[in-house]
Design a protein around this ligand. Structure first.
Ligand code: BDP
Length: 724
């Protein structure tokens, strides 16, 4: 018996120690590992040797909870809290209003420039002693500051003479979950939806709290918890009670809940005969519905609406327009301070002009007609979250309407959750692009943060890549995309390089020998995926519906603009979509300088070549290669780069745990296999038009075109039935 007990204990001990070594990724960038460098640890320990931390609200309690979780782990010693702000504290954490007058005087000027969500972390001499002060105008600022302070420690930054004054540059920093009520996630590649509707409202999954912590730690302050392809049921009392339970959790982290509103809800759940936005009964229905929601959720954010797009109902079903629809909802939300976020992702099967032109054409005439609490949400490019797109021409052009940037964090067109692609590089490219709408320097970031046109409210949204997978995002490096989106939503001028650095330190290791090569790998990964999927401006050549893998040959979908052949237009002469005046003239939607640059094949940046021009196979690229050779070599380059990624990962093996090493290694193998698949399938297919040999340096395909065409994936993840 005794032996058996010893055996069980030994077994349990081994199992626990193995488990603690097992990096499951659940903690994301909030790992708070012990700081091994003693000098640094002692420095930090001195700073937090006596902490005054006022906690008289849920938000402040959560901030202090984070301190109490993180500090003992990182510093290996418990935190000493003091109850008296006037005693000898090494660190004081409190909002400005509560501070003693002499301390207030020291930071008065900094506080003045802060927004309500901003904060400061400052080393000061107070009562002849060095102290650190964390302060803000509001509790939420203290929460953001606490996470930042802990992050600086995790990433081994010097804190002794810190002088950090920071405010977010964008008001609404939102995640959009394309989560359905059955817990499937449209374009989700990381398991099921986090929201357990069946067990809500009573059962509060720890995941909801950890989700909120993660978001707040990077500055996200709003979440749309339901799919843009909306289900009206979420607006019924049964579901609203559940939404309320989630909102109650998120409130303590400064996160507001939004819902998607199905335009036909008054008919579907309200028993009305119409959803016409000019009908008084319909208007009353929405006003009552909104009041009902605010009764439960006093800080409800508002509605996100996809209307008259891809079959969703909308005002046009009643002969009305987007302004009528958006303003009707905005009127209902206005008394409560709620917003309508109206999506501009529209293109019609009845419109045979270039799909890329349609949103601009439809929305520009409405500029200045929306109510003040309406924001129009625009995807980063005019087609659909491709590996590379020129920025959407609405940015900069729509001057009186606040535009929300919509990025896609989930990798619908970038290899799902099996490809390592660091998206902040893409976000940075878009945000830093000059729209030339008000002379030089009118970047997309300035449109989004409202500084270009002076918008009263600003926003940015990311389509979430989060699900029930243990590590939240499927690929461990996809966590960096969630992280990076949040950081850029806070500050759209941050560099992707800084973000990669921060994330790697907090998630994996602070060792420079690890960080440098892996950072390089991350920063080049976006160009790599462009190379092996959509080089030189090719786009939307993904297989039907699920968008898994290549399908440039697909030509049988019901709508022309759903077919890849519509986008690449390959023929015996060449390839590419002519969007110059000899073609669709989509270039006219850009500012004159860009219009001219894009129209001229000699000045167009080569990465957009086939986006805007139909180009002969023999056209000479800048490096002297013919277009055909250039395309083929780009595909090959993409494959080679994935090989390089694998080598880099092998080299840094000593810096990560066995399981961390293995999981990324296996995923990179999938990425390599699929990069080859993209190269071979696309080149074989385009070769049927070019009729040219593959240039030297490009590996020969191992299968026939017929083989690639025959591949079918009826159970590819992320698809919803109506897309089949
Ligand atoms: C496309 C997706 C589709 C979305 C749509 C949208 O394929 O699942 O519903 O965008 O953004 O990219 O509304």
């Amino acid at each position: 018996m005794k032996h058996i007990n010893v055996f069980i204990i030994l077994f349990l001990l081994t199992a626990t120690s193995l488990h603690s070594q097992q990096a499951d990724g659940y903690k994301l960038w909030l790992k708070y590992d012990k700081i091994e460098n003693t000098e640094l640890r002692n420095d930090y320990a001195e700073i937090v040797s006596s902490v005054y931390f006022k906690e008289d609200s849920d938000i402040l309690k959560n901030a202090k909870k984070e301190f109490s979780l993180a500090l003992p782990q990182m510093l290996n010693t418990p935190v000493q809290y003091s109850n008296d702000v006037s005693s000898d504290n090494s660190l004081i954490v409190d909002i400005y209003q509560n501070l003693p007058k002499d301390l207030k005087d020291l930071i008065h000027n900094d506080i003045e420039v802060l927004s309500d969500e901003g904060f400061l972390i400052k080393s000061l001499t107070y009562k002849k002693k060095s102290i650190t002060l964390i302060s803000a105008k509001k509790d939420i600022g203290i929460l953001y500051a606490s996470f930042r302070f802990l992050h600086l420690m995790q990433t081994h930054k010097k804190l002794k003479y810190i002088d950090l004054v920071d405010s977010p540059k964008i008001d609404l920093r939102m995640l959009n979950h394309w989560d359905n009520l059955d817990r499937s996630v449209e374009r989700g590649y990381a398991g099921f939806s986090l929201w357990n509707w069946q067990k809500l409202p009573e059962y509060i999954d720890q995941r909801y709290i950890d989700y909120a912590r993660a978001n707040t730690s990077i500055g996200i302050n709003s979440t749309v918890i339901t799919n843009v392809n909306a289900n009206a049921l979420v607006l019924t009392p049964m579901y609203l009670e559940k939404v309320e339970a989630l909102a109650d959790v998120f409130r303590g982290y400064g996160i507001k809940v939004y819902l998607t509103a199905r335009f036909s809800a008054p008919i579907e759940i309200g028993k009305l005969k119409t959803a016409d936005p000019l009908n008084p009964e319909v208007q009353k229905w929405w006003s009552d519905k909104v009041a009902e929601i605010y009764k439960r959720i006093p800080d409800f954010g508002g509605f996100l609406v996809k209307a008259n797009s891809e079959g969703q109902p909308g005002p046009q079903n009643y002969g009305r327009n987007h302004v009528d629809g958006a303003n009707m909802m905005a009127t209902a939300l206005e008394p409560f301070g709620g917003n309508v976020i109206w999506r501009a992702f529209v293109y019609s099967e009845h419109d045979d002009t270039d799909r890329a032109k349609q949103a601009y054409d439809e929305f520009l005439p409405y500029d200045g007609k929306f109510k003040d609490n309406v924001l129009v949400q625009v995807k980063n490019g005019a087609i659909d979250f491709q590996p590379r797109e020129p920025f959407h021409p609405m940015f900069g052009a729509m001057k009186k309407t606040p535009l929300v940037m919509e990025f896609q964090i989930t990798q619908e067109y970038l290899g799902f959750s099996s490809h390592l692609v660091f998206l902040p590089k893409l976000f940075e490219e878009v945000l830093s692009t000059d729209t030339y709408q008000k002379g030089k320097g009118a970047t997309v970031a300035k449109v989004i943060d409202g500084s270009l046109h002076g918008n009263a409210i600003t926003g940015i949204a990311g389509v979430a890549n989060i699900g029930t997978d243990l590590n939240w995002t499927g690929h461990p490096f996809a966590q960096a995309n969630w992280y990076g989106f949040g950081r850029m939503a806070w500050d759209p001028y941050l560099s992707s390089e800084k973000i990669a650095d921060e994330w790697l330190r907090a998630t994996y290791s602070n060792k420079q020998d690890f960080i440098e090569p892996v950072k390089k790998l991350m920063l080049t990964s976006r160009e790599t995926v462009v190379n092996y999927m959509n080089p030189l401006g090719l786009h939307h050549i993904f297989d039907t519906g699920h968008h898994y893998g290549p399908g440039p040959w697909v030509d049988n979908l019901s709508r022309p603009d759903w077919n890849p052949v519509y986008y690449h237009k390959a023929d015996a002469n060449g390839i590419g979509f002519d969007r110059t005046p000899s073609g669709s003239n989509a270039t006219e939607q850009y500012a004159p300088y860009l219009e001219k640059t894009f129209n001229d094949i000699n000045t167009i940046p080569e990465e957009y070549l086939l986006w805007f021009h139909h180009v002969s196979w023999d056209y000479k690229l800048q490096n002297g290669n013919t277009l055909w050779d250039g395309i083929a070599l780009k595909y090959q380059e993409g494959v080679n780069e994935v090989n390089t990624m694998i080598h880099t990962w092998d080299d840094v093996k000593p810096y990560v745990t066995e399981s961390e090493y293995n999981e990324v290694k296996m995923l990179l193998q999938i990425q390599l296999k699929e990069a080859k698949w993209w190269r071979d399938a696309c080149l074989l297919y385009f070769q049927t038009f070019s009729q040219k040999e593959l240039p030297e340096g490009v590996e020969k395909p191992t299968q026939s075109l017929e083989y690639y065409k025959s591949l079918k994936f009826p159970f590819a993840p992320g698809i919803r039935p109506q897309w089949d």
